[in-house]
Design a protein around this ligand. Structure first.
Ligand code: ADP
Ligand code: ASP
Ligand code: MG
Length: 447
């Protein structure tokens, strides 16, 4: 059995939904995980922002656009009257429900319910389409099995049991349509896996059902060596290891949700990244091992805060770092990078919800400096200490960029740099042209 996830652009129009339908017409049983149509989650988010300011007419205006986008797809996709009517009824249900929610004052639950409608609507249209085509298709509501625990993490035990009860066995040609992104939390309220969370839904489902493969279909031909949103002449990578992909995803490669590699890695299920617009393109395969290559890919993550704690009490003292880390643990704030000297320690965080409280407690240890507006650039590859000269090569290629932190040796796969966000794009470009000179030249010649 396979799990296939299609992202927002893959379901954004009737013609794209037809392409998706062609891709899934294979012999295997398949779980189809769909995102909301492109841009819809952003519009639902905009509704919650307007609702917070009590701008009801703006909410209704956006809701009408959302309604229209779905109706356009329905009219172009569903030629059969019965299925078209059913799809219209479904969309109407969510639009009416949204109108009810907009009458109330905003809270987390209302916002999360509104945000869930994108995936609920796209899947209901696609399900009707598959019914119309006469496929052996079942609707599998994500809220019937996707559960979060108190830490807002997927509750894998519950999910395994629920999914295995819902799909005890499958046979060839069966299709199960489900929503990515959305989940029920420990209080049985509608919640989600965070932005871009449909990738995570797919790998969670794949792991729970021991799928043969998890395919993530998107709008690009696999994971590229650098961020194509900022850098020209990037190229797709054929192979990545779970570790390499996890680093790239966590440190900002938007093509993958930050933690979606974990369930697949634990269960050793391969992930394939494929392009819906070009199904024959090779794409990227992510497995336990991959081709060894010194420097393979680069990603960047914004919104980073650097905190430096300077204290002479650190000199020759033990237990100091534990005390510092306990403060972050107490405030449930994960640390990404760490560098230390004999008298100071620098850490980075990307969640500033508890920053004020953290700084207040850190002040007891010494002087604390905070730098906001930082970016982490993560360089992924095979960085065994025996491979000499790699750090020098990286740093030489960006010697005109001021660096705030450099982290090397934490793993064999990652070298991370911290720099001012304003230098990010320039750095990504320099790294691309100077670390991948041969490949970039070849692309240049081809164009
Ligand atoms: P989907 O809606 O299918 O989930 P996303 O927009 O979330 O698609 O992810 C695909 C996009 O990720 C690409 O269009 C590309 O702009 C961006 N991206 C960022 N970094 C990378 C990378 N290293 N390789 C490929 N795509 C990347
Ligand atoms: N629709 C959600 C989002 O835009 C989830 C996803 O697309 O993966 O974040
Ligand atoms: Mg995505």
């Amino acid at each position: 059995m396979k799990v296939l996830k299609f992202g927002g652009t893959s379901v954004q129009s009737a013609s794209m939904m037809k392409k998706v339908s062609d891709i899934i017409s294979s012999e295997d049983a398949q779980i189809i995980v769909l995102s909301a149509m492109s841009g819809i989650t952003n519009q639902l988010l905009a509704i919650t922002n307007h609702l917070q300011k009590n701008e009801i007419s703006k909410c209704l205006e956006i809701l009408e656009k959302v309604n229209l986008a779905h109706h356009t797809v329905i009219y172009e996709l569903l030629s059969d009257e019965t299925h078209r009517k059913k799809a219209i009824q479904n969309i109407q249900f969510y639009i009416e429900r949204a109108k009810q929610l907009i009458q109330q004052s905003l809270n987390k639950q209302i916002a999360n319910e509104l945000l869930s409608f994108g995936e609920q609507m796209s899947t209901s249209i696609f399900y009707e389409y598959q019914m119309m085509l006469g496929r052996k298709v079942y609707f599998l509501p994500a809220l019937n099995f996707m559960r979060l625990n108190a830490d807002k993490e997927p509750d894998m035990q519950k999910i395994n049991v629920l999914l295995q009860n819902l799909i005890p066995n499958t046979s060839a040609g069966e299709l199960y349509i489900t929503q990515g992104f959305i989940a029920l939390n420990e209080n049985d309220e509608i919640d989600n896996l965070g932005r871009g969370g449909s990738d995570y839904s797919a790998t969670i489902i794949g792991a729970a059902l021991q799928a043969d493969v998890i395919e993530i279909w998107t709008d690009i031909d696999g994971v590229h060596n650098n961020d194509p949103r900022y850098v020209e002449n990037t190229f797709p990578l054929r192979e990545l290891s779970y570790n390499e992909a996890a680093e790239l995803a966590y440190f900002g490669a938007k093509i993958l949700h930050p933690t979606c590699i974990v369930p697949a890695q634990k269960t050793k299920i391969p992930i394939f990244l494929k392009n819906t617009m070009e199904p024959m393109a090779a794409g990227t395969i992510i497995t336990q091992n991959s081709n060894k290559q010194n420097i393979k890919a680069i990603a960047a993550k914004d919104g980073i805060i650097a905190i430096r704690i300077h204290s002479s009490r650190m000199l020759n003292a033990y237990g100091f770092l534990r005390k510092v880390f306990e403060i972050f643990e107490k405030h449930k704030t994960p640390i990404d990078l760490i560098t230390t000297s004999e008298v100071s320690v620098s850490v980075t965080i990307d969640d500033d919800k508890q920053l004020f409280e953290i700084l207040n407690e850190l002040k007891d240890f010494g002087t604390v400096e905070v730098d906001r507006n930082q970016s982490i650039i993560c360089i992924v590859g095979d960085f065994l200490a025996a491979n000499k000269g790699i750090v020098a090569q990286i740093l030489n290629s960006i010697n005109e960029i001021p660096l705030r932190m450099v982290s090397y040796g934490g793993s064999d796969n990652n070298i991370s740099l911290l720099l001012n966000c304003d230098d990010k794009i320039r750095t990504l470009k320099l790294l691309n042209s100077r670390l991948f000179t041969k490949q970039v030249d070849e692309i240049f010649k081809q164009n």
